[in-house]
Ligand binder design. Structure first.
Ligand SMILES: CC(C)(COP(=O)(O)OP(=O)(O)OC[C@H]1O[C@@H](n2cnc3c(N)ncnc32)[C@H](O)[C@@H]1OP(=O)(O)O)[C@@H](O)C(=O)NCCC(=O)NCCS
Length: 237
């Protein structure tokens, strides 16, 4: 069944929270408590409130909402608001992103169900590129999780407790992991999710502290950049 992308509204809130909880079940747990669902719902209501048409949903007539992509133009005036509603750390990389002209920042991406594995996220990205063109945005930034990091650490250092490592050492290892590449191809990251982004033309910039609930990534994210090709002169606006 064909999935389509459109702007989200407050009426989509429950559907979007459901996608968030299912897509990140490793972080929220398979059966989140009513309190957890209510707190995620409150956070997402705030996000929808500040993003307007930049909050997009992917839906099918049969399944309803099965994916989402939240993004916003990264102008400095939005910086504090976005940081607050997305619980982002105030780091140098993020401030750099919000200081760049003609830039947008992708805040959330998730697809569940059978649209996972290419079709769903490609539709959301195509919609994002079309909107970016309309708003003269030339560059996209986003954070990728590093979903293989905890497993990699356990393999490399079987006797170490990653949570007991000093923060500076953990960060150094996260940086090392994010730069690790496939054994047979040193241009492609070892991490499966990071690899997917690089395969789609994204550049890896650096590790930042991320979302503490993300146990697979041990709370780290990798800032990525995707430059959008200039629009051909003859193309319609
Ligand atoms: C990110 C996402 C929308 C990409 O969808 P997609 O383009 O259809 O790509 P896939 O789902 O095939 O994911 C790409 C790779 O990452 C892996 N992956 C993605 N999320 C994963 C997770 N939570 N746990 C383990 N592996 C995961 C996939 O298995 C796949 O690896 P493979 O190519 O070796 O099979 C989708 O994977 C998703 O919603 N993931 C969960 C939420 C998430 O992590 N969002 C991104 C935050 S940066």
């Amino acid at each position: 069944m064909t999935a389509t992308v459109r702007a989200a509204t407050m009426a989509d809130l429950d559907g979007m929270v459901d996608v968030e909880l299912r897509a990140f079940d490793d972080a929220y747990g398979g059966e989140p408590s009513p309190e957890l669902v209510a707190s995620v719902r409150q956070i997402w209501a705030g996000r929808l409130g500040i993003l307007g048409e930049w909050a997009r949903v992917l839906e099918t007539p049969a399944d309803g909402i099965i994916g989402l992509l939240l993004c916003c133009p990264a102008d400095p005036a939005r910086y504090a608001q976005v940081r607050q509603h997305f619980q982002l750390d105030d780091d140098d990389l993020l401030r750099m992103v919000f200081g760049e002209p003609a830039t947008a920042y992708v805040l959330n991406l998730a697809v569940v169900g059978s649209e996972r594995h290419l079709a769903g996220s490609l539709r959301l990205f195509a919609d994002l590129r079309a909107r970016a063109r309309r708003f003269s945005i030339r560059r996209l930034y986003f954070h990728s999780r590093v979903i293989g990091f905890a497993g990699w650490l356990a393999d490399e250092f079987p006797d170490a407790d990653p949570t007991a490592l000093p923060p500076a050492e953990r960060l150094r290892l996260a940086q090392r992991y994010s730069k690790s590449t496939m054994p047979n191809d040193n241009t492609r990251p070892l991490d499966r999710l990071l690899r997917m982004y690089v395969d789609r033309g994204c550049q890896v910039l650096g590790v930042t502290s991320g979302w503490s609930l993300d146990r697979l990534s041990l709370g780290y994210g990798v800032l990525c950049r995707r430059d959008l090709p200039p629009q051909p002169r003859s193309a319609p606006a």
